[in-house]
Ligand binder design. Structure first.
Ligand code: GLN
Length: 187
């Protein structure tokens, strides 16, 4: 098994460290020729969703990756990665892969609560540490998507078949459980 990490921008190195700690081999996707190597899952890191969305299109990665996700490639998007997968973004006219039945709100916690830490229940895991950085939240799920975690009445993690998203950054804490959850979705 091998996981691809989208390495265009943002916190991809931290995800790679989590995969290393779980002894899961990975490759980086930086350009179109990287898609020639086979992989069984994809991680889309946090960062800036508009920048990643633009680079995905400019580098010619967008169509093939979207097709793979729609064909069932397991994918895990954190923060900006959640925004790339959201079918609808309430405060942005642009969407990106838009493969998940979730309505996201960008920079949802405003300036004052731009970054914060909490611990909450994650369905199927238990209590997990959650670090938020200028995070989106999920205003609602529809269709096939299901909420997996809530913080202060807002959805911060969701799953739809083999797509997983978190508003928070599990790669910034020691806890490996959310990455392990994603690996279990692949195998
Ligand atoms: N605010 C960023 C965006 O809109 C997401 C922040 C993050 O990924 N940490 O894309």
């Amino acid at each position: 098994m091998r996981v691809a990490v989208l390495a265009l921008q943002g916190a991809f190195a931290e995800h790679e460290q989590m995969l290393s700690r779980l002894h899961v081999p990975f490759i980086e996707i930086r350009q179109k020729r990287d898609l020639a190597e086979p992989f069984d899952g994809l991680i889309i890191p946090g960062g800036e969703s508009t920048v990643q969305g633009k680079l995905l299109r400019e580098l010619g990665l967008y169509d093939e990756l979207k097709g793979s996700i729609l064909s069932g490639l397991p994918v895990f998007g954190t923060c900006a990665g959640l925004l790339l997968l959201a079918g609808k973004i309430q405060n942005d006219t642009r969407t990106h892969f838009a493969t998940m039945d979730i309505i996201a709100v960008r920079n949802a916690y405003g300036r004052q609560l731009g970054s914060f830490y909490t611990e909450e229940e994650f369905q199927g895991i238990g209590t997990v540490p959650m670090s938020f950085i200028r995070a989106p939240y999920i205003a609602g799920v529809f269709g096939e998507a299901r909420a997996l975690a809530m913080v202060n009445g807002h959805i911060v993690a969701a799953r739809q078949d083999r797509q997983l998203v978190t508003s928070f950054h599990p790669e910034l804490n020691d806890d490996l459980s959310v990455h392990q959850y994603f690996i279990n979705m692949i195998v």
